[in-house]
Design a binder for this molecule. Sequence first.
Ligand SMILES: Cc1cc2nc3c(=O)[nH]c(=O)nc-3n(C[C@H](O)[C@H](O)[C@H](O)COP(=O)(O)O)c2cc1C
Length: 214
Amino acid sequence: MKNLKLFLLLTFIGIAGITNGQNIDLPAPDKSGGIPLMQALNERSSSREFSSRELSKQQLSNLCWAAWGYNRKDIKKRTAPSSMNKQEMELYVVLQEGAYLYNAEDHKLELIKEGDLRAFCGKQDFVAQAPVNFIYVANMKKADVDDPKNITPEHIATSHANTGFIAQNTYLACASEGLVCVVRAWIDKEALEQKMGLSPLHKVILGHTIGYSK
Ligand SMILES: Cc1cc2nc3c(=O)[nH]c(=O)nc-3n(C[C@H](O)[C@H](O)[C@H](O)COP(=O)(O)O)c2cc1C
């Protein structure tokens, strides 16, 4: 009984320590750890079999930073390149408890929608079972588009190219963390944009399912 109380107290302190209101404060990313780059490249692969085991906050932190964090915060530049440095891509993190926007400046996850949206993150069954889905979204406002009618195929193509770099960062970070993942286009993008409450200037580009191997 005493041990149970201690366990519950420590669990509460742990949760209270990582959440700020409904946002999730991430620990600092481990920028000096991980496996060697050549080993990560050798181990990069797609997997579609996920266990429901949760990721640690440290893993989530490392993945977000590797994907689209600031590596030169003083000049607001990031781990992935971006056409004409528009940086229109936004990283959303969909967990069982809700959908979050990765705030690279403060390195935290900001809750944008409470509840489990994983089933809307893709049309394949494993998407709703894995603990984490990254959704790469182009915020066309940041690409200087002010009206959804003015979004051209070139805008979308550029955002796909930008997403490719981010997704590869995620693949390599997953290999480094001992996690499995798969980048995905097979998504009902309009339905997901609507469920996430995104504006018409926000376009879902790709999803990326992440977790432990089954
Ligand atoms: C742009 C893009 C879209 C993809 N979409 C899907 C998808 O919707 N569902 C899926 O299971 N895999 C998807 N994949 C993963 C590919 O099927 C996978 O990369 C390919 O089979 C090669 O396997 P590998 O990644 O293990 O080398 C996608 C990959 C890319 C690059």
